[in-house]
Design a protein around this ligand. Structure first.
Ligand code: ATP
Length: 275
């Protein structure tokens, strides 16, 4: 039920170099991951092991990419889940799934002879919303409580350290218990990219595409205020489709300009011109 992505240099196909912008966020995340890599030293100094990192920011800004890059960086077993996978109408099922997820993470780490497992939970607010606020709140509360128990209980499995990376675009909805020390006590902001970051993201997505000499990514970066990384990826992809339709073998500036308008309008990307 939960996705398993192999960690390690060969396993995870995303590295921090594939992520444009977010310099601060990357630095913070890498610093936190050094903790995980140096588990022995951390223990020796009596530092509390890091258990949770929260990536907070709007949709499509690269939170999932960050988590994948993190898994590769630590050579950890990596599991992906989404908050909505834990929402069930039957009492106890959500909590059971949380238990299962952590058990699977530890087993996978042992199998891979790794000391660390990373669990990425997208849409954390669905699972970790404030307790007592839902109509079927007993079930939600049990699920969240189980997550807290698993995060607190990690000391009891000293051979495997589980790091939970949560992602949310609604941090305001999270139960405050999740933010307590020893839980998600590192918050990394992953915001919309500024002009410089947009340029970097465009360059990343144009890396393996043939560009005509008139292409000016700086001007595209200037025009795309408010776009997320996902929007920018769509712009480049849409421009490539336009070039293909025009029978050209490289992208021109006009393709990119039109693609910006299209993405901005949120048009269906596969709409064909009238016959
Ligand atoms: P959501 O909150 O909707 O789950 P997210 O923040 O997890 O979104 P991702 O799934 O990581 O976003 O990004 C979606 C796609 O957008 C990526 O696969 C990538 O192609 C592109 N993308 C987003 N941000 C960046 C970035 N900073 N650099 C390069 N590509 C990016």
């Amino acid at each position: 039920r939960f996705g398993v992505v192999e960690g390690g240099a060969e396993g995870s196909n995303v590295t921090f170099d594939d992520i444009g912008g977010h310099e601060m966020a990357k630095r913070e995340l890498i610093e936190a991951l050094e903790f995980v890599r140096d588990a022995e030293k951390v223990k020796q100094l009596g530092i509390r092991p890091l258990r949770g990192i929260l990536l907070a920011g709007p949709p499509g800004t690269g939170k999932t990419m960050m988590a994948r890059a993190a898994a590769g960086y630590t050579d950890a077993a990596f599991l992906v889940a989404s908050g909505s996978q834990f929402v069930e109408m039957y009492a106890g099922v959500g909590a059971q799934r949380v238990r299962e997820l952590f058990r699977k993470a530890r087993a996978l780490a042992r199998e891979r002879k790794s000391r660390t497992a990373v669990i990425f939970i997208d849409e954390l607010e669905v699972l970790g919303g404030q307790r007592g606020r839902h109509t079927s709140h007993l079930e939600y509360d049990q699920t969240l409580n189980q997550l807290l128990v698993e995060m607190d209980g990690m000391v009891r499995t000293p051979d495997v350290q589980v790091l939970v990376i949560g992602a949310t675009n609604r941090m305001d909805l999270l139960d405050s218990a999740l933010m307590r020390p020893g839980r998600f006590d590192r918050i990394v902001r992953v915001d919309l990219p500024d002009r410089e970051a947009r340029l970097q993201i465009l360059k990343i997505h144009c890396r393996h595409r043939p560009l005509a000499p008139d292409v000016d990514l700086e001007s595209i970066a200037r025009e795309t205020f408010g776009f997320s990384g996902a929007h920018l990826e769509a712009v480049v992809n849409e421009a490539a489709i336009a070039a293909l339709r025009a029978g050209r073998d490289r992208l021109e500036q006009a393709d990119l300009r039109e693609a910006v308008d299209k993405v901005m309008l949120g048009e269906r990307l596969d709409r064909r011109p009238p016959a």
